[in-house]
Ligand binder design. Structure first.
Ligand code: 6PG
Length: 240
């Protein structure tokens, strides 16, 4: 399903209400809510809104377990760190205790060991292949999602839950959950905003199936729900 919003504020509010609704259902039915958080700049407003007076008492946060869809190969106190962004926007304001947070241990070397360590941690937590209640995703202006970039090795990963992915154009190795994990989630929600995403969004949603070029096209939940939350500027070129 695709939902288009006149502005980013309304998109973020809807995303917060969706997060709360899914959390309440999961906690009621299973006693806990497992969410894989996306990085980058777009979801920061959502995390801040969830931690605000408006939403902070809506969820019993002690029953939420936080994971990360991907991470940059930097230490958790470095500016580029997705953990740092979420820690400042959500975890610290809500006083989330460390044992509820499953971050990539980027202190480990080399990146392959970071990925193996994360895979072990999340598979131990889920007692098998990870199945998240909610997978939050963003999309880059090149059609990548998580750190599954065009023409990179991780696009072909069919077994591992987490891997280190060398991204030539960034000349760095990213850490990312894989498509088998993304597509195993009960709910997958994309947050996409901005004119700079409008062309690639049209290709991803309405164009030819070219998954190497547009990896976000590989997001097809097996049995879960897929929801695109898009603001008007990013949706500008879509057929209505
Ligand atoms: C990351 C993200 C990545 C992000 C897109 C969009 O670590 O960068 O997980 O997949 O969602 O790059 O980023 P923006 O929201 O900043 O446009």
């Amino acid at each position: 399903m695709i939902k288009i919003f006149p502005n980013f504020e309304e998109l973020t509010e809807f995303a917060a209400e969706k997060f709360v609704a899914l959390a309440k259902t999961a906690i009621k039915e299973r006693g806990q809510f497992t969410v894989s958080l996306s990085g980058g700049s777009t979801p920061k407003a959502l995390y801040e809104l969830l931690a605000s007076d408006r939403f902070k008492d809506e969820i019993y946060w002690k029953n939420v377990r936080f994971f990360f869809g991907d991470e940059r190969n930097v230490l958790p106190d470095e500016d580029e760190s997705n953990f740092l962004m979420v820690n400042e926007a959500l975890f610290l304001p809500l006083n989330i205790s460390a044992d509820k947070i499953y971050r990539w241990h980027t202190e480990i070397e080399p990146p392959e060991n970071i990925a193996a360590d994360y895979a072990e941690h999340i598979e131990n937590f889920f007692k098998g292949f990870p199945k998240f209640d909610l997978m939050l995703l963003g999309m880059g202006d090149d059609g990548h999602t998580a750190s599954l970039f065009p023409y990179t090795a991780a696009l072909k990963e069919t077994a591992k839950s987490a891997c280190a992915n060398f991204v030539e154009k960034l000349n760095t190795t990213r850490l990312t959950l894989t498509f088998p994990v993304i597509n195993c989630a009960d709910n997958v929600v994309f947050l996409v905003k901005g004119t700079d995403k409008s062309e690639v969004l049209k290709s991803v949603l309405e164009g030819e199936f070219q998954p190497e070029k547009f990896p976000s096209q590989l997001v097809k939940p097996e049995s879960g729900e897929l929801l695109w939350l898009i603001d008007e500027t990013a949706a500008a070129l879509l057929e209505r």
